[in-house]
Every structure is written in structure tokens, then in C-alpha cells.
Design a protein around this ligand. Structure first.
Ligand SMILES: O=C(CO)[C@@H](O)[C@H](O)COP(=O)(O)O
Length: 224
């Protein structure tokens, strides 16, 4: 069953010189999650922020921090990100040999666990893991940078994952599992992604364009 659409601004498009004020501003503007893109220059070709910055940002926004780890290996860093303030920790199945163990590590810290699928990652990675997950993140761009164009084949993937999530959720007394889409989200692609079954939209460029006075309108526009 699809929930109300949630908006998770990616702070990759925020003003990095004002990050505390930026996360406070998006929370005040109606964002549901703060989406933190963690990149290591190895798993993806870009380097962003680590647990120290997450810890510094945490007190600035009273909404869940949705942390997307684009790092390999991922297991050695799960506990540090959890204790730095992540509420949801999402990782890639390619980032470690044992994705099920990574989920166990996340859950042992009392956090929600997400699995992210790159554009070329097959849906079979979900076969034995979906019942354990709280979130599935469909990448609609190749991870590494903001401002890329939405890859249309993500829509087919979202629709199939929607079916699988609904089946698992129904067998677990309606336990919610978020279906999040990330990359190239604008007013047009947001509508297509939600129609296909997404219920969380990650949006960097589309949230932060125009500066703080535009955030509430940008978020409301995406949600509508
Ligand atoms: O994880 C990533 C990129 O790797 C995304 O979160 C992007 O940062 C989204 O940016 P826009 O496409 O919305 O600008």
C-alpha cells in the first residue's frame, strides 16, 4: 500500500559553507528526511562527507537522517554512522560480500536498513533480503554526482519492486517498507516515479534551487 509521498532533500546540492542552517531550513520547509550522500572516491567517483559532519548536523534538524552509504567496504563504517546520528542506513549490495550481515549490523544498532540498487543492479538482489529491509532505494542515475538526468528504465524497476514490497508488507501485518527513488527528480520525473510506485523522492537540485526562501515551495511542488 503506497503512503503519502515523502520528500528527502539530498544535501549534496546544499550550500556546504552553511550546512547546519541548510538542514534546519529544509526541515522547517517540510522535508520528511535529510538525505545524506556519503561517497568515498572508490565505490563512486566523488568524495563527500563522513560521520563527523553527520554528527555535527544532527542537532540542526529534528527529522530522520536518511544516510546513503556509497562506500566499499561498508561494514567497517556502519556502527560509526549509526552512532553519529543516522536513522536509516542504506548501502549497496556490491559494497560488501554479505549484504545480509550488513543488514544485521545496521539492525543491531537499532537503525532502519535500506538496500540501494544501481541502474544496472538486478532485482534478484532483493530475493532473500526484502523481508528484512525497511527501505529500497532505486537509483535513477549512476551514483556519484547530483544534477544528472533521470534514467527512464528506473520506472519499470520501481513498478516491479512496488509489487514485491506490497506482497512482503502484507505478509508482515502491513509493516511499512519505503520505496525511494534517487537521481534526476524534478516535477515531471517525480510524478512518473510516484505513479510507478515510489513513495519517497530524493531531490537535491530540485529542492535547493532558488535558495532558502524557495525550499518550502519546491518541496510542496514535488510532493504534489
Ligand atoms: O546519490 C545521489 C547521486 O549519487 C543523489 O542523491 C543525487 O545527489 C541527487 O541529486 P539530484 O539529481 O536530485 O540533483
Amino acid at each position: 500500500m503506497q503512503q503519502r509521498t515523502k520528500i528527502a532533500p539530498s544535501i549534496l546540492s546544499a550550500d556546504f559553507a552553511q550546512l547546519g542552517a541548510e538542514v534546519a531550513a529544509i526541515a522547517a520547509a517540510g522535508a520528511d528526511y535529510v538525505h545524506v550522500d556519503v561517497m568515498d572516491g572508490h565505490f563512486v567517483p566523488n568524495i563527500t562527507i563522513g560521520p563527523m559532519v553527520l554528527k555535527a548536523l544532527k542537532p540542526h534538524a529534528g527529522i530522520p537522517f536518511d544516510v546513503h552509504l556509497m562506500i566499499a567496504p561498508v561494514d567497517p563504517y556502519v556502527v560509526e554512522f549509526a552512532r553519529a546520528g543516522a536513522d536509516i542506513i542504506t548501502f549497496h549490495p556490491e559494497a560488501g560480500p554479505h549484504p545480509h550481515r550488513t543488514v544485521q549490523l545496521i539492525k543491531a544498532e537499532g537503525k532502519k536498513a535500506g538496500l540501494s540498487l544501481n541502474p544496472a543492479t538486478p532485482l534478484s538482489v532483493l530475493d532473500h533480503l526484502l523481508p528484512e529491509l525497511d527501505l529500497v532505494l532505486v537509483m535513477s542515475v549512476n551514483p556519484g554526482f547530483g544534477g544528472q538526468a533521470f534514467i527512464p528504465s528506473a520506472l519499470e524497476k520501481i513498478a516491479e519492486i512496488r509489487r514485491r514490497i506490497d506482497a512482503v508488507s502484507a505478509s508482515q501485518n502491513g509493516r511499512p517498507i519505503d520505496l525511494e527513488v534517487d537521481g534526476g527528480i524534478n516535477l515531471e520525473t517525480a510524478q512518473a516515479a510516484v505513479r510507478a510506485g515510489a513513495d519517497v523522492l530524493v531531490a537535491g537540485t530540485a529542492t535547493f534551487k532558488g535558495g532558502p526562501s524557495s525550499y518550502a515551495g519546491n518541496i510542496a511542488g514535488l510532493r504534489a
